[in-house]
Design a protein around this ligand. Structure first.
Ligand code: SF4
Length: 377
C-alpha cells in the first residue's frame, strides 16, 4: 500500500546546517499556504492516478509541522482524514521540535489520529545543541519525550545527529545514553553532512568550521550502533534503529521501492514507475496553485540503469540486505553477472557478506555504504 507525505515548510528559526525547503514562521503567508495546500489536496483527490488509493501511512514532515498554531495543524490533519482513504491501522507520523510542543498540541494530534511522533532532538548535551544552532535546551528535549509519552503516543521516535562541530566521543555518548534512558521506540542517527548553500557550507569555505575528522566520524557512528544494540534497538536501516515492531512503516515504503504521494513544496511522489517532484520554493508553490498551474517541477521515468542503481542502494541500506534472487528476476541474470566480480572483491575486503540469497553490508561496510554502492554500480 502507498504512503502519503505532506511537507509543512515553516520553521521558527533556521538551523545553520539545514538545506530543506522552509521559510521562517514570522511573517509567513500561512493562510495563503493553507488555501494553496487545499487546492493541491483537492486536485490529487480527483486525479486518476490516486483515485481509490488506500494509504498505509501519512508522514507530516518539514520544516517543523508543530511550529504551526494548533488550529492550523488541526485543520490540515482533518483535511487529510476527510480526503484520503486510510488503512484502519495506518501509521500517522508528525515531525516535531521540542520547543514547539504544548500539551494542547499533543492532545489535538492524538485526537486526530496521530500515533507516531518524531522529535528532532539532535543532541542531549548543551555543547552540541549550541554548535548545531538548536533553540531548545537538554531539559526541554527530555520534557518533550515525556510529554509525548504522557499524551499517549504509542510510537515515539527521536532524531539524533553526530559529527557536530567539536563533538567528542564522550559528548556523543552522553547523548546516546540520555536517549536510551528516555526509552523512545525508535531512534534515528544521522551524520552531519555539509551542504554548500547553508551557513555551515559558507563557514567551511571560509575555514571557520571545525568538524570531527573522518576516523572520529566513523567512531561516533560505531558507538551509536553499539550503545543502541545493547539497549534492544535493532539496526534495521543504515541510520535507523527500532525496538521490535517499531520500524517506521512510512520510510520502509521508500526503502522498498513502493509508491507514495507527496504534497507541499519540494515533496516527491512515486507512482507506478513515474517519479515527480513539486517546486521547492514556497512562494512559487503558492503562486502556481493560486493561478491554477501545476506545481510539478520535475518528472521522470527512471531508466533501467537508474532502477538498478536504486535497487542496490535501497537494498543495501536495509539490514535485511539486497535480495539477489529478486534482483535477478527483476533485472535479468546479466545485470547480476556483470557485477559479480565487484561483489566478490567487496566480500573479500569485508564490506559485504552473502547469507543465502541476501547481500548485506557488514559492520565495516556500513560506515562506507555510499562507496560500496558506487562500486557495485
Ligand atoms: S528545524 Fe529542521 S527543517 Fe527547520 S531549519 Fe532546523 S533542521 Fe531545517
Amino acid at each position: 500500500m502507498p504512503g502519503l507525505y505532506l511537507h509543512i515548510p515553516f520553521c521558527a528559526h533556521a538551523c545553520p546546517y539545514c538545506d530543506f525547503s522552509f521559510v521562517l514562521l514570522a511573517g509567513a503567508p500561512m493562510p495563503r499556504f493553507l488555501k494553496a495546500l487545499d487546492v493541491e489536496i483537492e486536485s490529487c483527490r480527483r486525479s486518476l492516478a490516486w483515485k481509490n488509493t488506500r494509504f498505509a501511512s501519512i508522514f507530516v514532515g518539514g520544516g517543523t509541522p508543530t511550529s504551526l498554531p494548533v488550529r492550523f495543524l488541526e485543520q490540515i490533519l482533518g483535511r487529510l482524514h476527510e480526503t484520503f482513504d486510510l488503512a484502519p491501522d495506518a501509521e500517522i507520523t508528525v515531525e516535531a521540535n521540542p520547543e514547539t510542543l504544548t500539551d494542547a498540541k499533543l492532545a489535538m494530534m492524538r485526537a486526530n489520529g496521530v500515533n507516531r511522533l518524531s522529535i528532532g532532538v539532535q543532541a542531549f548535551t548543551p555543547t552540541s545543541l549550541e554548535q548545531l544552532g538548536r533553540h531548545h535546551s537538554v531539559e526541554r528535549a527530555k520534557r518533550a519525550v515525556r510529554q509525548a509519552r504522557a499524551a499517549g503516543f504509542p510510537q515515539i521516535s527521536v532524531d539524533l545527529m553526530f559529527g557536530a562541530p567539536g563533538q567528542t566521543l564522550d559528548d556523543w555518548n552522553e547523548t546516546l545514553t540520555t536517549a536510551v534512558r528516555l526509552s523512545p521506540d525508535h531512534i534515528s542517527t544521522y551524520g552531519l553532512t555539509i551542504e554548500e548553500e547553508t551557513v555551515f557550507g559558507r563557514r567551511r569555505r571560509e575555514g571557520k568550521l571545525e568538524l570531527p575528522d573522518e576516523n572520529t566520524h566513523i567512531a561516533l557512528y560505531d558507538r551509536a550502533i553499539d550503545v543502541l544494540a545493547q539497549h534492544g534497538y535493532r539496526h534495521y536501516e543504515v541510520s535507523n534503529f527500532a525496538r521490535p515492531g517499531a520500524e517506521c512503516r512510512h520510510n520502509l515504503i521508500y526503502w522498498t521501492g513502493g509508491d507514495y504521494l507527496g504534497l507541499g513544496p519540494s515533496a516527491h511522489s512515486h507512482h507506478k514507475g513515474r517519479r515527480y517532484a513539486n517546486v521547492r520554493s514556497v512562494a512559487d508553490y503558492i503562486a502556481r496553485l493560486e493561478t491554477a498551474q501545476s506545481v510539478v517541477d520535475f518528472e521522470e521515468r527512471p531508466t533501467r540503469e537508474q532502477r538498478i542503481y536504486e535497487a542496490i542502494l535501497l537494498g543495501l541500506r536495509l539490514s535485511d540486505g539486497l535480495d539477489i534472487d529478486m534482483f535477478r528476476r527483476q533485472f535479468g541474470e546479466n545485470a547480476f553477472r556483470s557485477r559479480k566480480s565487484v561483489i566478490d572483491r567487496l566480500e573479500k575486503t569485508g564490506w559485504v557478506e552473502r547469507t543465502g540469497s541476501r547481500l548485506r553490508l557488514t559492520r565495516q561496510g556500513l560506515a562506507v555504504a555510499d562507496t560500496v554502492c558506487a562500486e557495485i554500480m
